[in-house]
Write a protein that binds this ligand. Structure first.
Ligand SMILES: [Mn+2]
Length: 354
């Protein structure tokens, strides 16, 4: 973990930043392993300081081994003030995280401190996963895949989308996950054509496609996977868009190379779907980075200049959606190697007919 700090301190020096006030808990977890809900980190002056409140005094001893812990008595700002941690320096804050209220409070109380809002400072570092992080993500993917295997036989006209969504969350936890990485999507009938459908208390109807998009968090790292299955006999057009989506997704996996941009990979798969006549039916981006957060860098979409670097982890999840009828999405999370993308998931992509 300590080696994680060095490139950050170098980048700060280049940008002329004396101290970095880190307030994003995802970044803090990435930096330290801390899994609690209240913390700040100060980087700079050759030190890394970790601030949290009394509730986490014991937890910090277990989880935060690479920084000096400080237990705050009142507020973070008061502690910074009393300890002289920020005085007379140029302090970077995370523009996308710090509220206007908190920034005002800092400015008011800490005279002589110049606040510099910085965007996405940690993204380029978080994007490149260590072997340890990749192992954690494979585990998280395996847990969620087991849940997918367990819940498919439970789908029938007797149960509802909400029933299955609840089973998914329950089974994630039973298998050791901290939580779902996002609310499970279980979308049947015409709802399968809604990319972000919310599970309904409605029974599955035979002759329907069912999109199941799920993930969990284990040891701080997220997984993300989608499969689409059929309940009963489905129309030939539904079968057709299933096959095109499946082949497009495989084409995406096979085409991914380190150094490509997100835009380039997205375009390849988008064109593939376009050539098969469904250009207007794939409205979202091809994928997104996954790590501590289930949506992080790199973005894999139409306007993304993010590089798909070695050891980056991202999803490949094309979909074809026919509004009012049905939709298909198939998604794996992949890690980029020298010779291409390796999916974490091994679950079949042949159409499963329940
Ligand atoms: Mn996804």
């Amino acid at each position: 973990m300590t080696d994680r700090l060095e490139p950050l301190l170098k980048k700060m020096a280049v940008l002329g930043i004396d101290t970095f006030l880190v307030s994003d808990l995802h970044v803090i977890r990435w930096l330290t392993g801390f899994s609690g809900s209240n913390a700040r980190v100060l980087l700079g002056g050759g030190r890394a300081l970790f601030f949290t409140d009394y509730r986490y005094a014991e937890q910090v001893k277990q989880e935060v081994l690479n920084m000096e812990p400080v237990i705050i008595q009142s507020s973070f700002v008061n502690t910074f003030l009393e300890g002289g941690y920020l005085s007379g320096s140029k302090v970077a804050i995370q523009a996308e995280q710090v509220t206007v209220q908190e920034a005002r409070q800092l400015e008011k109380k800490l005279s002589g401190v110049e606040l510099v809002p910085v965007d996405g400072f940690f993204d380029e570092f978080r994007m490149i996963k260590t072997a340890q992080e990749i192992a954690a993500m494979k585990h998280s993917a395996a847990v969620s895949q087991q849940v997918l295997e367990e819940i498919l036989p439970m789908i029938s006209p007797e149960v509802t989308e909400s029933d299955i969504a609840a089973e998914i969350s329950y089974r994630h936890k039973r298998l050791g996950a901290e939580k779902d990485s996002f609310d499970p999507i279980v979308a049947s009938g015409s709802h399968s054509a809604l990319p972000h459908a919310r599970p309904r208390p409605e029974r599955f109807v035979p002759g329907s496609l069912i999109v199941i998009d799920i993930g969990c968090i284990c040891n701080g790292y997220a997984s993300d996977q989608t499969r689409t299955v059929a309940l009963g006999k489905i129309p030939s057009e539904a079968r057709r868009i299933y096959e095109i989506t499946k082949d497009a997704q495989q084409f995406g996996i096979d085409s991914a190379r380190p150094g490509m941009t997100g835009r380039e990979l997205d375009a390849l798969v988008r064109d593939y779907i376009g050539h098969h006549g469904y250009a207007d039916c794939f409205g979202h981006g091809l994928g997104h980075g996954v790590g501590i957060e289930v949506h992080e860098k790199p973005r894999v979409g139409k306007s993304s200049d993010d590089f798909l670097s070695l050891q980056s982890v991202f999803t490949i999840e094309p979909g074809i959606y026919l509004p009012g009828k049905y939709g298909v999405r198939i998604e794996d999370t992949v890690v980029m190697h020298e010779n291409g993308a390796e999916p974490f998931q091994t679950f079949t992509k042949e159409l499963i007919e329940l």
